[in-house]
Design a protein around this ligand. Structure first.
Ligand code: ATP
Ligand code: MG
Length: 326
């Protein structure tokens, strides 16, 4: 039986954080054996929130290093830039005719970004972000999309566009499903609901042990737990969420000791930092090797783009046939 296909991507806007890892990347790595996987570096999508382009290439390489250091295997999972496969732009144009402006304005992820980034006037391309994303996914006939929670509304829009195209011109696309992890929205160090580059509340996959310790020391905890012996509420504490992910064997005990007041925040944070550092150590090690071998990293991209292009051209020719164009 043919393997099902995955398409998922990220924007190259800087180094990745542990939210990207637990929300998406970890799943990509796990699923690359079961699925035929394609991973996109959404460089055109960067322009939706930042028009300057000087950093895009460096960020692309940095992100690729984060992916490879975390365990994504280029043999199983081609990795490629959206901008290098022209069919993304072509399918985006066609898809933009299949959805209304009102539908895109209802997108909760857009509303969240507008709020977080204090955007006064939304540009047309930002409103159309999910339409380009639909083209990204459907060009590879992605059936499963492993993403964090903020991307679920975009996958829903992708399904609607696939349905509309199939009804109008004949069946080309399958409607994709989002694949969520247990930590589909990891909170940030400041207590915000989402760890996010733009909010500056992150632990990076490339942070060294001391940095992680310092960052956690300043993390926001239960405001009612002021002194060590005050009882805490782990359910509202982001440090406890991190324990659940990175220190699962001790999480139950920590929950008990926080509630009873035996465990203070300072100790709890130190233990958490230690566990996160244990998790990051091999990633940092591999990152160092990759940074010393940038030619290899660039080759990964070139090879990935060759493989992606074959699939993209094939889908676009089906699309044009169904539409009686060309
Ligand atoms: P940020 O949101 O940090 O500014 P970004 O918006 O540039 O980063 P995206 O490319 O939108 O990053 O996200 C990449 C993937 O990581 C998406 O699947 C997204 O859902 C997931 N993701 C991002 N932040 C988190 C988080 N805090 N928890 C879980 N998943 C996350
Ligand atoms: Mg985001």
């Amino acid at each position: 039986m043919a393997k099902k296909r995955i398409l998922s991507g990220m924007r190259p806007t800087g180094k990745l954080h542990i939210g990207h890892y637990v929300g998406a990347l970890e799943n990509w790595i796990k699923l690359q054996n079961e699925y035929e996987s394609y991973h996109l570096i959404a460089d055109y999508h960067v322009l939706t929130t930042d028009l300057s382009t000087e950093e895009i290439y460096n960020n692309t390489i940095d992100m690729l290093i984060d992916w490879l250091a975390s365990g994504l295997d280029p043999e199983k999972s081609p990795m490629f830039r959206q901008s290098q496969i022209k069919e993304h732009a072509e399918l985006f144009l066609i898809f933009s005719m299949l959805i209304t402006k009102a539908r895109l304005e209802r997108n909760p992820t857009l509303k969240e970004q507008v709020r977080d980034l204090n955007i006064e006037n939304v540009i047309y391309g930002h409103l159309g972000y999910p339409v380009l994303q639909a083209a990204d996914i459907l060009l590879y006939k992605g059936e499963a999309v492993p993403v964090g929670e903020d991307q679920v509304p975009h996958v829903e829009i992708t399904r609607e566009i696939a349905r509309k195209f199939n009804n109008q011109y004949g069946k080309v696309f399958t409607e994709p499903e989002p694949l969520l992890t247990k930590f589909a929205r990891l909170p940030g160090l400041d207590g915000d609901a989402k760890m996010s580059k733009s909010l500056g509340n992150t632990i990076l996959l490339s942070d060294d042990a001391e940095t992680v310790k310092q960052k956690l020391r300043k993390a926001v905890t239960d405001p009612q737990k002021i002194r060590k012996n005050d009882p805490g509420r782990p359910e509202i504490c982001l440090v406890f969420t991190y324990h659940q992910k990175f220190n699962p064997s001790e999480a139950q005990q920590i929950e008990k000791d926080c509630r009873s007041g035996v465990l203070g925040c300072v100790d709890c944070k130190l233990r958490c930092a230690e566990k996160i550092n244990q998790f990051l150590a091999p990633i940092l090690e591999r990152r160092k090797k990759l940074e010393a071998n940038l030619d290899y990293v660039k080759d990964v991209l070139i090879e990935g783009e060759k493989k992606a292009r074959v699939v993209a051209e094939q889908t676009m020719s089906e699309v044009r046939n169904k539409m009686l164009i060309g």
